[in-house]
Design a protein around this ligand. Structure first.
Ligand code: DLL
Length: 432
């Protein structure tokens, strides 16, 4: 089912014409309204009439997260502040947050795509959506909220945290859809037993999970434990929060709403554009944003644009499930690994949970990795030999699949701290 069929199923030729037209207008506006972009374009000898359409995309400059920081707080805004009706910000681990501003039209467009997402992930006007993404400067809560209201579904704006209350509401309010991070979804599943709630007490049908990398194995785990369909949703605050893209019922890649976002995949080192079906860094140009439109924003997210028509009928291209962020990549003896790859292997052994943490240290020029993971609750261990055997088996599997040697620490169930939002999987002690 579609929220906006004419747009979601627009023939590709027409979609690309629309993108071209919007790109030309965008460059014109940025040139006139944002000194940062005017300078960048002038440095390349460009003014707006040089940009005729998609074919000129390659000539345009990239934007990086540091550009937002350097122009903190409002330097990249393309509208006067009195036209900005909402501010969001993402808190980096260090320093100043990245600040974004939305005009009234931006909020309308955002709720439009969030509504498309919710519907693509099986929600309808009749759904009861429990929104456990954080409300506040983080875009998760209010982004989903706007979409659900537009859709006409019933929304429970519970925000993140307070697990006991989440489960009580889920049961008493007959929640059909839950929205939160995948790691928190797993924690909710784990906590059912603690609070004496049975799956049969719930009417949950689906979950819409994103904001952090997760693996296909993690999806299987969540679906199995909560008896739901788990859909992957993508977004980032610099571009507009949740709703940039979503999986449809096919659950094979996320459609990116290409009438609003122009995507490219580049080689993060050479910055060259890469063809479809090739892994690289996702770069996004916002085509409709007024408050803070961005040209060729380097997301740092690793994925590929899939070259295939989706049976669901949507014509907007899909990206593959995100492997992770370029900055989360660990190089262990020359092998590049992402936390999600380790997650997949761990879950597939059947002995441990998806509660894990990776600790990476640098010794000389080598990264050393410690994998800390909790054993399954029902894992029978009668002796030290049993434990050693499990450890050997997991280490072999990690080596077999990923080709890396790690230190493995098996923990009692419930040892690692649970997160209510984004889980911190990687503890990087490398100081680089
Ligand atoms: O996490 C927005 C969001 C909220 C998305 C709710 C989905 C659901 P930021 O805090 O700015 O915004 O973080 C954005 O999170 O660049 C990715 O690295 C990561 N991320 C977001 N969605 C996914 C996903 C929100 N589905 C950063 N899979 C992005 C993997 C994701 N990583």
């Amino acid at each position: 089912m579609y929220w906006n069929k004419p747009y979601e199923c627009m023939p590709r030729e027409q979609l690309e014409q629309l993108q071209s037209k919007r790109l030309v207008k965008l460059v014109e506006r940025l040139y006139h309204n944002v000194p940062f972009y005017r300078t960048k374009l002038q440095e390349r000898g460009l003014d707006p009439h040089h940009i005729k359409g998609l074919e000129d995309l390659n000539r345009l400059p990239f934007t990086r997260k540091t550009d937002l920081r350097d122009n903190y707080p409002y330097g990249l805004f393309a509208e006067p502040i009195n036209n900005i009706v909402r501010i969001h910000a993402s808190s980096g681990t260090t320093g100043k947050p990245t600040v974004v501003g939305y005009t009234r039209n931006d909020l309308n467009n955002w709720s439009e795509i969030a509504a498309r997402c919710l519907m693509a992930a099986s929600a309808t006007k009749n759904s009861m959506i429990q929104n456990a993404y954080g409300y506040g400067l983080f875009t998760g809560g209010l982004g989903i909220h706007g979409g659900a209201e537009k859709l006409g579904a019933s929304i429970i704006p519970v925000s993140s945290g307070n697990t006991e209350k989440q489960l009580m509401l889920m049961k008493d309010f007959h929640t059909t859809h839950i929205t939160c991070t995948p790691s928190y979804a797993l924690y909710l599943a784990e906590s059912l037993k603690t609070y004496g709630i049975a799956i049969s007490d719930l009417q949950l049908k689906a979950g819409i999970f994103g904001a952090e990398p997760w693996s296909e194995k993690m999806r299987e785990e969540i679906e199995k434990r909560l008896h739901i369909k788990a859909y992957d949703i993508y977004g980032l605050s610099e571009i507009c929060g949740p709703g940039v893209g979503i999986e449809c019922v096919e659950q094979k890649g996320m459609h990116i709403w290409e009438d609003q976002f122009l995507m490219e995949i580049i080689d993060p080192v050479t910055e060259e554009s890469l063809p479809l079906n090739t892994m690289g860094e996702l770069v996004i140009t916002t085509l409709t944003k007024e408050g803070i439109p961005l040209l060729r924003y380097r997301t740092g997210d690793r994925t590929m644009i899939m070259d295939e028509l989706c049976p669901c009928g949507r014509t907007h291209r899909k990206i593959q499930r995100l492997v992770g962020r370029t900055d989360d990549m660990i190089i262990v003896r020359g092998v590049n690994v992402f936390p999600t790859q380790i997650e997949s292997v761990l879950i597939s052994t059947g002995h441990v949970t998806a509660n894990y943490q990776l600790i990476v240290k640098r010794e000389g020029i080598l990264d050393k990795l410690e994998v800390r993971v909790e054993l399954n609750e029902d894992q029978a261990i009668d002796s030290l030999e049993d434990l050693n055997a499990i450890e050997r088996k997991i280490l072999q599997k990690i080596h077999g699949v990923l080709g890396i040697q790690v230190k493995l620490t098996l923990l009692e169930p419930g040892t690692l701290q649970r997160s209510e939002g984004k889980a911190q999987r990687l503890i990087d002690l490398r100081n680089i």
